[in-house]
Design a protein around this ligand. Structure first.
Ligand SMILES: N[C@@H](CCC(=O)N[C@@H](CS)C(=O)NCC(=O)O)C(=O)O
Length: 257
């Protein structure tokens, strides 16, 4: 469970649910959608990551990786979107978003963990390469600030590379292969049933639909051939939680991939 001890102790006083998040962040979408499914009230701390509002000593004192989302629940700080939505379902089990059946439960965790496992390896390079890389590139001042705050070597390397030489065609083709494998597998599962883990909507669907949403809009990833993924997206699109946790936050100027 991604519980951390913040060095920015101001959050220890927070009461209720507070979410540090970004409009365009697929990891934040997961948490907003879970909060909306459970109809929980929460306080928004929005950080525009395109404007680097997250690169501050105050925020790194809450989330040591300097990434969104971060949930603060009655002073407890939880990072990592898969751990946050898992935590929310344990703390607020109504309605339950984990399957009752053991096999479905294992499948749900498989998809939940897989979504985060491919993030830095495939999702992030692909989206940065296709779309936001230039906007997310660090200026010299931002770079100096980032390097003074960031301790995670993988994230330091990711931003160094993205800002400087960029990703090679080979790296992007590898990222695309990983994404294609995941979505093809999903398409085969969704041929037989409506949801990713068993016969009910679960955290697995919440973990993946933000990836479909952002990859399509930000990176022009083609979903047409994946008919079952397309129908699943439509089923999810009519949920209130999708509208208020994902669509409502999407900035209009980013709509065209
Ligand atoms: N494994 C983390 C990944 C979080 C992550 O990479 N968040 C992105 C937005 S989706 C972010 O904060 N990007 C800003 C940056 O890399 O500086 C999670 O699931 O919460």
């Amino acid at each position: 469970m991604g519980i951390v001890t913040p060095t920015n102790e101001s959050v220890l006083e927070f009461k209720g649910l507070h979410l540090y998040h970004a409009h365009v962040s697929n990891c934040s979408m997961r948490v907003r959608m879970t909060l909306e499914e459970k109809q929980l009230s929460w306080t928004s701390h929005h950080l525009n990551i395109l404007r680097k509002e997250h690169i501050t000593p105050e925020y790194f004192g809450i989330n040591p990786n300097g990434l969104v989302p971060t949930l603060v629940h009655d002073g407890k700080v939880i990072i990592e979107s898969d751990d946050i939505i898992d935590y929310l379902d344990d703390e607020f089990p109504d309605p339950p978003l984990k399957p009752a059946d053991e096999t479905d439960w294992d499948e749900m965790y498989h998809w939940l963990r897989r979504a985060t496992a491919i993030h830095l390896q495939a999702v992030k390079p692909y989206i940065y390469f296709k779309r936001v890389g230039k906007r997310m590139a660090h200026s010299d001042t931002e770079d100096e600030k980032y390097r003074s705050l960031q301790r995670n070597p993988d994230l330091l390397e990711f931003h160094r590379k993205s800002t400087n030489e960029g990703f090679s065609d080979e790296e992007i083709s590898k990222a695309k292969t990983v994404l294609n494998a995941c979505f093809s597998e999903m398409d085969a599962i969704l041929e037989k049933r409506d949801w990713l883990a068993g016969n009910r909507f679960s955290l697995a669907d919440i973990a993946w639909v933000p990836l479909q949403f952002t990859l399509e809009r930000l990176a022009g990833y083609e979903f047409e051939a994946l008919r079952n993924v397309a129908s699943w997206t439509k089923r999810l699109g009519v949920r209130n939680s999708y509208q208020s946790g994902i669509a409502k936050w999407w900035p209009r100027e980013l709509s065209q991939a």
